[in-house]
Ligand binder design. Structure first.
Ligand code: PHE
Length: 398
């Protein structure tokens, strides 16, 4: 009785082994076919390619495209070529959610780059976090964006820093203590900047003499500007995007106010001066880097960008270029396209020599970088001051 039992057991073990091997083969088959049809590493990019902040997306896309082309020409990553898939958000929150869902679920991207506007990155970032796909926003500065969760990164400074920088410039350099604020109350970016700017201004002995709001669909700002005029400010802070800023500048001058208008990075666009024209002379905004910086890293990028696209790169282009390279460095370091491995590698980024400055990722998944104050003189940008986070004693450095 003993022997047949042993034989039976051995036979069963053998059959189970053969069965499981054949199952494994079957289940691994579709994977192999999938790999051979798409051996490119896919990254998703969502940007406002149309709409009232379209230059952010158009220039950001160029920055990504340039980095992708350079790396592909050098053989790609992990022996594979990179394919960037671009989705247009039209500058809208809802479209941003849909764009990121499509990139992850349908295109199966391994990581996501975008958006520019904070409100849209908040929408897309929620999707990336839920699906555990790493996202790097090149340019969304509102602090809450990276607070979404551990898959969401940024490579630019934050609005608490940017707002503080401009308040210091207003009080210390311009001697403007009585400041009015006109902000977009549908934009997380604008709402945050109003708060940060106003807090520092008051801390420095200044006063917010009027606070008025607009919405991005508005074209007539005269009611708000008339009230602001009545408060007799030394300057007006408008932390908005270029389309409305250009119109606001025009209407401010029409009402006879010649005081400086102050703003932030959302002003930066090749279309700003086209819309605001001479009304913008004597105005100032905070920004990420200076395209005329003699640093060879910057001049090489600017030169190559001009050759490729026949236009000067703006802030969004530089930030997008840096964000793309940081993602590529992470994929290389991870030696994998697995999302958790890429996430971990991004979080370990230290002293990456970007064209917008050196980039290290903090525990909070942010970058701590300098800002420049740009003045507009005869329709041209002139860098007035460079402010480093150490001098400013911002939140993360305290
Ligand atoms: N910082 C802006 C935001 O968070 C976007 C922006 C960055 C626009 C840089 C232009 C240039 O909404």
């Amino acid at each position: 009785m003993k022997q047949p039992l042993l034989l039976k057991t051995l036979l069963i073990i053998l059959l189970v082994a053969i069965f499981s091997i054949s199952c494994e083969k079957k289940s691994s088959q579709p994977e192999t076919t999938q790999k051979s049809t798409s051996d490119k590493i896919k990254i998703g990019v969502y940007y406002p390619l149309t709409g009232d902040i379209a230059t952010f997306g158009q220039f950001g896309k160029k920055g990504v495209e340039m980095a992708v082309a350079e790396v592909n020409a050098q053989g790609g990553l992990l022996g594979r070529q990179i394919e960037a898939i671009y989705e247009d958000t039209r500058g809208q929150q809802q479209d941003s959610t849909i764009a990121v869902q499509k990139l992850i679920d349908k295109d199966k991207v391994v990581a996501v780059l975008g958006e520019s506007a904070s409100t849209n990155s908040l929408a897309g970032g929620a999707v990336c976090q839920e699906k555990k796909i790493p996202m790097i926003t090149p340019s969304s500065t509102n602090p809450t964006v990276t607070q979404i969760g551990d898959y969401i990164f940024r490579i630019c400074f934050l609005d608490d820093f940017q707002g503080e920088v401009m308040a210091r410039f207003a009080v210390n350099t311009l001697k403007a203590k009585r400041v009015a604020v006109l902000y977009d109350n549908g934009s997380d970016y604008s709402i945050g900047l109003d708060e940060f700017f106003s807090a520092t201004l008051k801390k420095l002995g200044g006063e917010i003499v009027a606070k008025e709001a607009y919405q991005k669909a508005d074209v007539d700002f005269s009611a708000q500007l008339t009230k602001i005029k009545g408060s007799k400010p030394d300057a007006i802070y408008v932390p908005g995007y270029y389309t409305q800023v250009g119109q606001i500048a025009q209407q401010t001058r029409k009402l006879g106010m010649t005081i400086p208008i102050l703003g932030a990075d959302g002003w930066d666009s090749p279309s700003l001066i086209e819309i605001g024209k001479e009304a913008l002379n004597g105005c100032y905004f905070s920004n990420h880097y200076n395209v005329e910086d003699p640093d060879p890293r910057v001049s090489k990028f600017v030169g190559e960008f001009k050759t490729k696209y026949n236009s000067t790169p703006d802030t969004t282009a530089g930030l997008a270029y840096d964000a793309t390279y940081i993602l590529f460095a992470a994929i290389k370091k991870a030696n994998s396209t697995e999302s958790k491995a890429i996430r971990d590698a991004i979080s370990e980024t230290k002293n990456y020599p970007g064209i917008t400055g050196d980039i290290s990722i903090s525990k909070e998944r942010n970058a701590i970088k300098s800002a420049v104050i740009v003045g507009i003189e005869k329709g041209r940008y002139v860098v007035k001051e460079k402010m480093s986070p150490i001098d400013q004693n911002v939140a993360e450095n305290k």
